[in-house]
Ligand binder design. Structure first.
Ligand code: PGA
Length: 255
């Protein structure tokens, strides 16, 4: 492995602020040790209100802290929004954008997501852009079409930058999130080969990191680790159980 393998824990809105902070403090040594493992880059994404105390609690470790969304605006009268500038100020170095749960909850468009990516890059934050097809699109063989539609405005906007900075694309089939289902191995190989091609035609090789999310567990992990071009994982439910998460990170590091 040349690049470290990216492991992103997405805690969604599963924990209260106090519980999330407590979990970090209780597993402080464990998290710090996992982040030091060979070939691993660890990112923890708690919900917005827990970002500041968690970034503070993990200071001095190599665990990166990430947000789960940000505003497409720089600043101004935008009630309820979180500016990328503030995320940078409180120590976030990553931010998930375009997660299917966020797309459904807010109705954000692909252009909105592209603008969010732009705001993050301006502040030196690494965007983790989620894309994925619905179950219906999967069954109708429309995955590539759906992914292309989601990616186009994003890639177009980012192609304007001579060197857009590190960007992660997280392929998350919507039907695989929280369901225990993972797409067949051959299918994932096809998707990641396509993603590698489409991203390298627009930006120099290496600028994009391609990761997978959707029911990643110690059990589903083995097959995922053999997929070419796959350089990381987005872990939801399994990241809330520290032992399970530790198991996942250790298996990746030993692979
Ligand atoms: P899951 O969630 O691992 O619980 O399927 C992944 C995600 O939504 O990022």
């Amino acid at each position: 492995m040349n690049k470290p393998y990216l492991v992103v824990a997405n805690w969604k809105m599963q924990l209260t602020c106090n519980t999330a902070v407590q979990m970090c403090l209780e597993n402080h040594h464990g998290l710090a040790t996992l982040a030091q493992k060979k070939n691993i880059r660890l990112v923890l994404c708690p919900s917005a209100e827990a970002l500041y105390p968690i970034a503070h609690a993990l200071k001095g470790t190599t665990v990166h802290v990430g947000a789960q969304t940000c505003s497409k605006y720089k600043q101004g009268a935008h009630t309820g929004q979180i500016a990328a500038t503030s995320l940078a100020e409180i120590g976030c170095s990553y931010c998930i954008i375009g997660h299917s749960e966020e797309r459904i909850a807010t109705g954000e468009t692909n252009l909105d997501i592209a603008l969010k990516a732009e705001r993050l890059l301006e502040r030196g934050i690494h965007p983790i852009i989620c894309i994925g097809e619905t179950q219906q699109e999967y069954h109708q063989g429309l995955t590539i079409h759906a992914l292309h539609e989601q990616l186009e405005p994003i890639l177009q906007l980012l192609a304007r930058y001579p060197s857009p900075g590190p960007i992660t694309l997280a392929y998350e089939p919507i039907w695989a999130i929280g369901t225990g289902k993972v797409p067949p191995h051959s299918y994932l190989v096809k998707i990641f080969t396509w993603l590698a091609q489409i991203t390298t035609t627009l930006v120099p090789a290496g600028a994009y990191t391609l990761i997978y999310g959707g029911s990643v567990t110690p059990e589903t992990l083995k097959e995922l680790l053999t997929i070419e071009y796959l350089e990381g994982l987005l872990v939801g439910s399994a990241s809330l159980d520290f032992q399970k998460f530790e198991n996942i990170v250790s298996l990746i590091s030993e692979h």
